[in-house]
Design a binder for this molecule. Structure first.
Ligand SMILES: [Zn+2]
Length: 369
């Protein structure tokens, strides 16, 4: 069935406990009839939560309506009210080994590169801090119960495996040692942003070794429209805010903290690529359209904040998310109103078309061949 006009998309809601309870977020607005928590709206073809498209009188899975999205990237709108687990996605070579050894916990042999574009101010931990900062942090009293004299000795002139050894040590500490370390974190401790986020996380995860990772990972703040790109192998935890997240279609994750789930120390250590980090940045902007492309990933994002997004010769399909928007799609001499927070498919089979925006924002997600 050739699609010749814009079609409404129904995303898949994921109600994880860390999501926002109140309906004042984009995820909730995409699902008017559901109750919270509103965590993720999936806008892809993933089997665990495929989006559906209304084409004429038929309802089709997204991958059937637009072949571009078969086995390609997945986009999600997130509403993060509580910190997510500190996690890393294994690079391809490690993913292959982990999947062969433990297919239940590592369901595919692929690397997962991910990126977030902030829809509100957005906070995350992402990437290791510089080694000198980590060495300095280990002198704090809270590391006394968990760090050995041997590691303390290395801190003066850290070798290439220093951070890995620190992490290994933290993840092999006993529950008593972790409790003593966390007890030593001052309750009113400090006025820095890291201290404030640590105290917030402590209220949700009071005895969790992940609290100590606030001293090892970089705190990132994204303003609306900023992007944070996290390659496979780089540890991260999203702390708060709303974003559009896009990722390669893999579900492999190894966790090290801020989670009630099992922590697999060996899988976490082997999944880290110690030489890599994440990058925060701004997009390229032209005529009111911000474009985000990623060298290592098969997807791209466009964000329209004013004016028009024009596609004279469509070669790829777009999933479009209107965000408190008012405007219209124009296809030939036909007009289709766009209002509020809703999602649409602009299939590659459409003739020349454009999106006219009067108010709000429109985010577009497309697979890149
Ligand atoms: Zn992740």
């Amino acid at each position: 069935m050739e699609i010749t006009e814009p079609c409404r998309v129904s995303p898949a809601l994921q109600q994880y406990a860390w999501g926002r309870q109140a309906p004042d977020c984009f995820v909730a607005k995409l699902f008017e009839t559901s109750r919270g928590p509103y965590a993720e709206a999936w806008l892809g073809a993933h089997l665990n939560g495929p989006a559906y498209v209304k084409v004429g009188s038929s309802i089709l899975p997204l991958a059937e309506a637009a072949a571009d999205f078969t086995n390609s990237a997945l986009a999600k709108v997130l509403a993060v009210a509580q910190p997510l687990s500190i996690q890393v996605h294994p690079p391809a070579d490690v993913a292959k080994q982990l999947h062969a050894a433990d297919p239940e916990n590592f369901p595919d042999p692929f690397a997962k590169h991910e990126a977030v574009v902030a829809l509100t101010p957005f906070y995350a931990l992402s990437g290791w801090r510089p080694v000198a900062e980590i060495a300095q942090a280990l002198t704090l009293p809270q590391f006394g119960p968990v760090i050995t004299d041997e590691i303390r000795g290395q801190a003066a002139s850290p070798g290439p495996n220093f951070v890995k050894e620190v992490v290994r040590r933290l993840l092999s500490a006993t529950p008593t040692q972790i409790a003593e370390a966390i007890e030593a974190i001052p309750q009113d401790g400090g006025t820095s942003k890291v201290d404030r986020w640590l105290q917030a996380a402590r209220s949700w995860y009071p005895n969790d070794v992940g609290l100590l990772f606030f001293y090892l990972l970089q705190l990132r703040k994204l303003d609306v429209g900023d992007v944070l790109e996290t390659p496979a192998g780089v540890p991260h935890a999203y702390l708060h805010g709303e974003c559009l997240e896009v990722m390669a279609p893999s579900d492999n994750v190894a966790r090290c903290g801020l989670t009630p789930k099992h922590i697999d120390c060996d899988a976490f250590l082997s999944s880290c690529d110690w030489g890599k980090t994440s990058t925060a940045g701004s997009p390229v902007e032209e005529d009111g359209v911000k474009r985000y492309t990623f060298a290592a990933a098969p997807f791209c994002i466009e964000m329209l904040e004013r004016g028009a997004l024009i596609d004279k010769n469509p070669t790829r399909s777009r999933v479009v998310v209107a965000l408190d928007a008012s405007g219209e799609f124009v296809v030939g001499d036909q007009r289709f109103p766009l209002h509020g927070t809703e999602s649409w498919l602009l299939a590659s089979s459409l003739p020349e078309h454009h999106i006219d925006l009067d108010r709000g924002k429109v985010a577009c997600f497309s697979a890149r061949s």
